[in-house]
Design a protein around this ligand. Structure first.
Ligand SMILES: Nc1ncnc2c1ncn2[C@@H]1O[C@H](COP(=O)(O)OP(=O)(O)OP(=O)(O)O)[C@@H](O)[C@H]1O
Ligand SMILES: [Mg+2]
Length: 442
């Protein structure tokens, strides 16, 4: 197999040797230059990774990076900084360095970084741009015992006309369950009509559901067929049913008892065969206790289904992540083991929808192909770093640099500020902002 070629640029020949030694042991072929200017005279496209020191005579690491970006924009570059200037490191990341490492570093640390960068590069190369989102009906994902138990329940009640009440936290898939019930039933070719009870004012909701005759109220200048009538033979999905007024609940109860619909302002009674499926994300028994939900209506629901929250079936996480990435149009992106660990440790109050949003947001903000912990929103804390929420990559880099410098100067802040090229007040503000405490750091 062809060996991966790496180019090292450092004005310090000893540093070059150190890297050649550390990396060739891993099977990489490592060339070295002690001048960026010399290196730029060559065709660097045959290298798969460049590693450059920042502070060098002639042209420094940043200038070198700029040239490389222009000529070989896809070529990954790692910058190596002595505790040089903080601004320089930030600038390097902004200019498109893939990562940076602070000197001195161990052979293990640099090998791990090289490995990570090459891995990200591989996946990025394989990334398919603009993959269309998967078409077709969304489907439940997950093969945990919890989900399989749920599918069984769903399948058992799907083909009966029995009304179903689906309970579960936000984002657990209640609407998906309602659609699945419809799809799995003999009604699948008849209408499925979702009605978001919480989003429509009550009087409007009533006329939407039951319809009205001309002149039923001011503005009713034509006959309007209600959703119940219009869904004959199909399914009406009453989402957030607890948001309905108790008066309207009474009217719905009568409909569920005898299947009769009388339009507003009309006398004619029509028989309608519609299956009612409802969803609630509030605790419905509590709502009954508070008098917000009629118990007689609750008893009209023959079946109650409970959607399991995501934290009860985390075994499905990997499968969910993979499918959601596909659904979002990024089939070749993957979540690193470290980020997956954070997903497994998190509670997911917003359930599958929250997972979907986190992935979507992360894909939008980070160009990488492997989702790493530092790409995730701040609420995903690293356990060993529990006192600090995760920061965006640039700030995380700044934080790392400050910690290192403080360690180098044994927490002498004026010295550290000097080394970082910022004034002491700025340093103090940053120490506070990042919550750096001497006692908590190694
Ligand atoms: N087990 C699952 N497998 C695949 N996708 C799921 C699953 N659960 C939920 N989803 C997806 O998550 C999103 C939210 O699901 P849905 O709208 O059905 O939730 P909900 O329970 O109605 O939430 P809310 O109470 O906030 O309205 C949808 O895009 C849905 O396709
Ligand atoms: Mg919903």
């Amino acid at each position: 197999m062809k060996r991966i070629q790496i180019l090292v640029i450092d004005d310090d020949a000893v540093a070059c040797e150190f890297l050649q030694e550390a990396l060739s042991r891993e099977g990489y072929a490592v060339d070295a230059f002690t001048s960026g200017k010399e290196a730029l005279k060559k065709d660097l496209s045959r290298y798969e990774l460049l590693m450059s020191d920042i502070r060098m005579p002639e042209i420094d690491g940043l200038q070198f990076l700029r040239h490389v970006r222009e000529k070989w924009p896809e070529l990954p570059v790692i910058l190596m900084t002595a505790y040089g200037s903080l601004e320089t490191t930030m600038e390097a990341l902004r200019l498109g360095a893939w990562d940076y490492i602070s000197k001195p570093f161990s052979p293990e640390a640099i090998r791990a970084m090289v490995h990570k960068v090459l891995e990200v590069r591989d996946l990025r190369q394989r990334r398919m741009h603009g993959q269309p989102k998967l078409i077709g009906e969304p489907q439940f994902i997950g093969s945990s015992a919890t989900m399989v138990g749920f599918y069984k329940q769903l399948a058992r009640v799907a083909d009966s006309p029995a009304s179903v009440l689906i309970e579960g936290e936000s984002g657990t898939g209640k609407e998906l369950a309602a659609r699945s019930l419809h799809q799995l039933s003999a009604r699948r070719d008849k209408p499925f009509r979702p009605v978001h009870c919480g989003a429509i004012p009550d009087t409007l909701l009533e006329s939407e559901l039951f319809g009205y005759e001309r002149g039923a109220f001011t503005g009713a200048d034509h006959i309007h067929e209600g959703i119940l009538e219009a869904s004959e033979g199909g399914t009406v999905f009453l989402d957030e049913i607890t948001e309905m007024s108790t008066a309207l609940q009474g009217k719905l109860l009568r409909f569920m008892q005898d299947g009769e619909v009388r339009r507003l302002g009309g006398n004619k009674v029509r028989h309608v065969a519609v299956r009612v499926v409802a969803a609630a994300n509030r605790n419905i028994d509590e709502e009954v206790g508070k008098g917000n939900f009629r118990s007689d209506l609750l008893y009209r629901f023959v079946v109650r289904l409970r959607m399991p929250p995501l934290r009860e079936h985390k075994e499905d996480m990997a499968q969910l992540v993979e499918s959601l990435l596909k659904k979002l149009g990024y089939p070749s992106v993957r979540v690193s083991d470290e980020a997956m660990e954070l997903f497994m440790a998190y509670d997911w109050p917003g359930n599958v929808r929250e997972l979907q949003n986190v992935l979507e947001q992360t894909l939008l903000l980070s160009p990488f192909v492997v989702i790493l912990p530092e790409h995730l929103p701040a609420r995903f804390c690293l356990k060993e770093d529990a006192f600090l929420p995760l920061l965006p990559p640039l700030e995380e880099a700044e934080r790392k640099q400050i910690i290192q410098t403080l360690q180098t100067t044994s927490w002498n802040q004026s010295q550290a500020a000097q080394l970082l090229g910022i004034d002491r007040k700025t340093l103090r503000t940053k120490i506070q902002r990042y919550g750096l405490l001497k006692e908590e750091l190694p």
